[in-house]
Design a protein around this ligand. Structure first.
Ligand code: ZN
Length: 285
């Protein structure tokens, strides 16, 4: 010790710190370098994703996102009538910074659900239980080509149709890893980013919910320090799975006003960051 600082005084300082609550270096400092971090110390990432390529995405969703300077991910199936009729507008949407994602060519789903339900709207030839692995992988690959013709991008993310990831009773998660940088499935907010499989990322199918319920959802992700992925379909109509335009706007305004806590970004960009953090932390070694 360089100074002759009297011992009793040191102890008094210690006592005062304890009494007043010594600064907690664990919680008052930025997250330490050996834990998962979002780019600017945000508490959670939020991905706004919209499925099935409907007109409302062009007419309502994208304009409302852009009012708040936010960008979304649009999972468009090749069979989308809107894509066929309004391809130039979908191309323009991508050029404004939104992501176009793969959602298969024909939107196959498991028709006879494990819980006993039957999705009557899935015709038997597009029932995933009747597909082979080769068939779904070829379909996904052709859809990547179609989307590249629209937006010129070589890399793509995928959203599992109906959150189904089995074809002919076999998982195709491993078979699609080489086709996509990431893929969105269904399920709960992850408790820890370490548990997230980048090719089966959980998301919440939000339907008929209020703005406040969606705000509560992103705040749960912030508690865990992980991510909240929304799987929207219709916003303000156009789909039987729907959220009102008002509720959606309320969520967007909240995210826009809380950019210090929430990193709201396209799914591909959020997952690219997650991948680089996994590498930095050695989680995949
Ligand atoms: Zn879909």
């Amino acid at each position: 010790m360089k100074s002759g600082f009297p011992l009793p005084a040191v102890c008094l300082v210690c006592l005062m710190w304890t009494a007043c609550g010594a600064p907690d270096t664990q919680s008052s400092q930025p997250v330490s370098g050996d834990s998962f971090q979002w780019p600017n110390g945000e508490r959670a990432a939020v991905c706004l994703t919209y499925d099935d390529g409907i007109d409302g995405h062009l007419d309502i969703v994208a304009p409302d996102l852009e009012v708040e300077n936010l960008r979304g991910t649009f999972y468009v199936p090749g069979s989308s009538e809107s894509l066929a009729r309004r391809m130039e507008e979908w191309r323009a949407l991508a050029s404004r910074g939104h992501e176009l994602g793969n959602h298969t060519l024909f939107h196959p789903c498991i028709r006879n659900r494990p819980d006993g339900r039957v999705f009557e709207w899935v015709s038997p030839e597009y029932a995933l239980e009747n597909y082979t692995l080769q068939q779904i992988i070829t379909e996904l690959s052709v859809m990547n080509t179609l989307l590249e013709a629209v937006d010129g991008k070589h890399e793509r993310t995928y959203a599992y149709t109906c959150s189904d990831y089995e074809a002919g009773g076999e998982s195709f998660v491993d078979s699609l890893r080489h086709l996509f940088t990431a893929a969105r499935g269904g399920g709960e907010i992850p408790l820890d980013m370490r548990d997230v499989d980048i090719h089966l990322v959980p998301s919440w199918s939000a339907k008929e919910v209020s703005g406040q319920e969606m705000i509560d959802y992103v705040n749960r992700a912030a508690e865990y320090g992980t991510m909240a992925v929304f799987m929207f379909h219709g916003v303000g109509g156009g789909h039987n799975l729907n959220v009102s335009r008002e509720a959606h706007r309320e969520l967007l305004a909240y995210l826009s006003a809380n950019r210090d806590r929430f990193w709201t970004e396209r799914f591909d960009k959020v997952m690219a960051h997650a991948r680089s953090e996994r590498n930095r932390l050695g989680w995949d070694r």
